[in-house]
Design a protein around this ligand. Structure first.
Ligand code: CP
Ligand code: NVA
Length: 333
């Protein structure tokens, strides 16, 4: 089983692909999800080997790659933030050529987008962006799949708002993906944290073709009005200096997803989304540290909303598995 448009391709950012090809992955993921729930797994990747090169921590993305590969008959090697030579004793270019001699594909999580691009150029293997500072393109596939599964509307009628740090990888990926797919896309952040002009202009040019409605706003009342999905993410992303935290809390507190903010939606049937991990209670080491410093352990979302009936974050997390599996099958089988 192979999907012509994807065979042998890398997935470094959504913008490098077409709306149709992103939807092909989601459609395959939907069918894989149903089959898996019925206990059916047809293996398409027997004997394939995938290197997982992660320079930042991960739970969902790493596990999704590992479980997807295992269930499809492939094997993985995990190279974590410490313990490999990549970028330290060995250049990315040299590591890419070594990994290409042993593996069929590489997933990479790290910092600069140029690193994942370099891995792709020099390995000549499919390379998957498992998150960089710029994009999180495997996340957005799962996000769209989740919205489709929780909405009665056709995709182009679905509305979502990303609220929080509008310049981060998840926000940028959602903005571009929603624009490519013709959705009602709202990004709500203080002006200091809006995406750069080039990203907004790229979203607008995709929207001109797809019919997407794009609105970048700093007013939650307007941005959340009558929306279906409210999506947020951490206020400080991996790799950012902890020194920025005080400033972020000050800037983003009015954008916390809490019951007062949720009232701006104007109906009860909205859904809460978050790529996770989320800072919503004191049950983590980081939560305890933040509690001592700021007197609260709930940052981008309150525990009340996170645990509410509106929250679909664990469906969203599960969909990382199905979409990553669909990506592996489409590129490698
Ligand atoms: N959403 C996400 O990428 O989670 P991890 O950092 O756990 O992989
Ligand atoms: N924006 C977050 C996403 C984590 C999945 C980060 O980069 O840390």
């Amino acid at each position: 089983m192979s999907n012509g448009a994807w065979s042998g391709k890398s997935y470094l950012a959504e913008k490098d692909h077409t709306a149709e090809s992103l939807l092909d992955i989601i459609e395959l993921a939907q069918s894989l999800r149903k089959k898996r729930a019925a206990g059916v797994e047809e293996q398409h990747l027997i004997g394939k080997k995938i290197a997982l090169v992660f320079e930042k921590a991960s739970t969902r993305t790493r596990c999704a790659f590992e479980v997807a590969a295992f269930e499809q008959g492939a094997s993985t090697t995990y190279l974590g933030p410490t313990g490999s030579h990549l970028g330290k004793e060995e250049s990315v270019k040299d590591s890419a050529r070594v990994l290409a001699r042993m593996y069929d594909a590489i997933a990479y999580r790290g910092f600069a987008q140029s690193t994942v691009e370099e891995l792709s150029t020099y390995s000549q293997r499919p390379v998957y962006n498992a998150l960089t500072d710029e994009w999180h393109p495997t996340q957005s596939l799962a996000d769209v799949m989740t919205m489709m599964n929780h909405s009665a509307s056709p995709l182009t009628q679905i509305s979502f708002v990303f609220i929080g740090d509008g310049r981060n990888n998840v926000a940028r990926s959602l903005l571009i993906t929603g624009a490519m797919l013709g959705m009602d896309v709202r990004l709500c952040a203080p002006k200091e944290l809006w995406p750069d002009a080039a990203t907004i202009s790229l979203a607008n040019s995709f929207a001109a073709k797809s019919g997407a409605r794009i609105k970048v706003d700093n007013d939650p009342k307007e941005a959340l009005s009558n929306v279906e999905f409210v999506y947020t993410d951490v206020w400080l992303s991996m790799g950012e200096s902890k020194e920025l935290l005080g400033q972020r809390v000050e800037l983003l507190s009015p954008y916390q997803v809490n019951s007062e903010l949720a009232a701006c939606v104007g109906h009860d049937d909205w859904k809460f989304m978050h790529c996770l991990p989320a800072l919503h209670d004191g049950a983590t080491k980081q939560g305890v540290e933040l509690m001592e410093r700021f007197g609260t352990a709930a940052f981008e979302v309150t525990n009340e909303i996170f645990e509410s009936k509106n929250s679909i974050v664990f469906d969203q997390a599960e969909n990382r598995l199905h979409t990553i599996k669909a990506l592996l099958i489409s590129t490698l089988s």
